[in-house]
Write a protein that binds this ligand. Sequence first.
Ligand code: GDP
Ligand code: MG
Length: 440
Amino acid sequence: LGSRITHAIQQMNNVTIIDEKALNDCLNEITRALLQSDVSFPLVKEMQTNIKKIVNLRDLAAGHNKRRIIEQAIFNELCKMLDPGKPAFAPKKAKPSVVMFVGLQGAGKTTTCTKYAYYHQKKGYKPALVCADTFRAGAFDQLKQNATKAKIPFYGSYTESDPVKIAVEGVERFKKEKCDLIIVDTSGRHKQEASLFEEMRQVAEATKPDLVIFVMDSSIGQATFDQAQAFKQTVAVGAVIITKMDGHAKGGGALSAVAATKSPVIFIGTGEHMDEFEVFDVKPFVSRLLGMGDWSGIVDKRQEVVPKDLQHELVEKVSQGNFTLRTLYDQFQCSLNLPLNQLYSMLPGISAQLMPKGHEEESRAKMKRYMTMMDSMTDKELDSSNPKVFSESRIMRIARGSGRFVREVMEMLEEYKRIAKTMKGIKIPKNGDMSKVIPP
Ligand code: GDP
Ligand code: MG
């Protein structure tokens, strides 16, 4: 999928005249790819409409970097669609919360209940598991086995057939035992039958959960929206967990689940084991959905990247004698996400010239200004390490495209040349630790 989208956008980048048709062709190709990834049709349509509103044909024609503009728009749209606008209920320590799990049979409820409990136990909560599945033979044994492995208290019965009664007894008991996260596992049916929904409704009414989590199997594909909606209409679903993301599913169903339940995805399951469970993070998920590679540069690196990683990347590029404008752009993008006091520590040679101490805000503004200009460059220009490629007409086009003066573009190119030269003079230590390097 990723390569297909990347290809569609690349095609667009090669087109000399950007008109309505070229943009439509590109968006249609992306639409087909997203549908194959299980994103539902109405959502893809919605995205297409929004992107057309955001992406301005005039900007594209003016020589802005088309690929970056469209990529960014798609990425942002998908992120927005995964954000229902309100966070899920978060259990508090030392205050009893009841969390009920719902979903079809085989979705992964029982497995996920334990993962969820185990995750919180490691964070210092006192979780407990209640098996309110009296429908499936062996349901209690399965929960018992999981819970025992994770050393989590559990409650259930081999003889009682009323799930409501068990749920209430279990919740009562664990409240008395001062557990702060009481998890109720419920039964599912193969289909969305009336009896399943009635049972779910009764368990919810009797246990008054603080949070109902809808568990869905990522491999059900286009069926997600209707299924999620049916559950939401019966109980107050407040969060979604997507399971079996380790399989072939591409995860596009997540967008449908969020749209149908108006609730956020909070975790994903990535295997059968207890610790194969990840906190859901929108941006990495979307870049995975789009097929990483070219998309990774757009991901906000605030959380993941520490300056050392940046340096490592930089070291590699510099040691290959390859400090292009794109390298500089990427470094800017990362720096903008760093706290002020870390700005200078990251780039020897760059920091001294571009970010004098005490002028951090101005430096930031300057980086942003430079990036706008670079956005108007073609790939060839960004990837060239030969400043001679910038003819007068190119410089004028970049100035026009970014709404800056020709003189400013020239100043930026001069600055780039200076930095590139400095980078060449840097001797890189064998261990790659650039923080010890003193620029010449
Ligand atoms: P329930 O009927 O909703 O309670 O589903 P179960 O928890 O019993 O899970 C059904 C099957 O899916 C079991 O074989 C689980 O091991 C498996 N399963 C659950 N979550 C995951 C996951 O994230 N990845 C993989 N590969 N298998 C999973
Ligand atoms: Mg189960």
